[in-house]
Design a protein around this ligand. Sequence first.
Ligand code: MN
Length: 495
Amino acid sequence: MHDNIKIFDTTLRDGEQTPGVLITSNEKLKIALKLDELGVDVVEAGSAITSKDEQQSIKLITENNLNAEICSFARPLKVDIDTAIDCGVDSVNLVIPSSDLHIDFKLQKSRPEVEKMAVDAVEYAKDHGLIVELSAEDSTRTSIDDLKSLFIKTIDAGADRICPCDTVGILTPERSYEFYGELAKLNVPMSVHCHNDFGLAVANTLAALNAGANQAHVTINGLGERAGNTSSEELIMAIDTLYHKKTNIKTELFYEISQLVENISGVVLQSNKAIVGKNAFAHESGIHADGVLKKSETYEPMKPEKVGHRRRFILGKHVGKHVIHEKIKETNTEVTDAQLNEIFKRIKALSDMGKTVTDVDLQATVDDILAIDIENSLKLQEYTSVSGNKLTPTASVKLSINNKEKIEAGVGVGPVDAALEAIRKCLVDVADISLEEYHVDAITGGTDALIDVVVKLKCDDKIITSRSTQPDIIMASVDAYLKGANKIITDKKRR
Ligand code: MN
């Protein structure tokens, strides 16, 4: 494998082709800025010819003078290349169908015609100062002779890089090694582009890199057509940690960018997704958790910090006392050994009954054992909110705080946001509370479902979790926030 592997990110092109995903111009810019910070070598920003909106998105990105090379997908047509040039890109990813299947059925042209189109397009793009990556679509179902002929002609015409694409994800690691190895003999910079139809995209990409490819096409979270593309975070951590080779990627930004792409794309990650999934560094079993606390290497192949993630301990039926103690310490609460024993006994009893023990359950148990009576120093007197399609969501809240009334109004992106902002303003003089996490679940089905809201609030160094379950999502949010704030204020008084 080459010592330095280049990363070509196509989250904004192939990734956006994920069924059901549409990313707006401003969101694309946000992702592109983060990709640049991450250190990718090339950002494929989209396909300029697609629409006016797409051109707008690409322009927004090129205007920001990123370090990364900005690329547009293009067919071997002047109009595609001209549109890409108008958007100010550095390069084009010229995609030429190469298999008989694509040439006969999709293009309905002859192979020599397609080769001529490709050569003309490369010459035209080079004449206009662009870097050209020549992608052969459906390469892995093309005869190697036809493929070599296409690449040799387009390299002669000036193509800077070639990219044989496994468009339908049919390679195996062995075939990938052989296939990319054969094309590496052409001795030009070569990308590998894999799809994950059999869950082999990362393995096939690694095999191609081992065979001499020096650049990998990837997407954040493995987004992409059908089952997706090679996942950036999985591939790069393997290159780094298992193959000990270099990329320009700042791996500690992976978790953050993964979350950003998850939120913007709306494609929710499976919890056991490698590297960035919710459970990627989560431990439940007592033996494992205890081992990790003593030395993380016992049950972790890399440190979560290396990808900007966090270690989590889950309080399941295998929970050990150590872990419970760690979780209590996370909230900056002190307990004696006897108190810890009692908390452990009760948590264990809960989980033995088959209940999933949450942070809220743990906190309730700790509060109970430590005999923390929550004073109701905060009471909700009035709450009003207005929301609609032609007004800014606004809420007003009247609270009694230690028997003094306070009224504030807040605006937000929605009624929940507005209500919580109004409460935060009411409490500003009492405690500087920030909302660290907000989680909402519908417990039952239907629009009349019971809504369960869990909030994590932070004040000074203390983190408080609280919950409320109600039919009204705004009331559940307000109530959970006020319960948490009551705990914080009670705790502050006792210090
Ligand atoms: Mn693709």
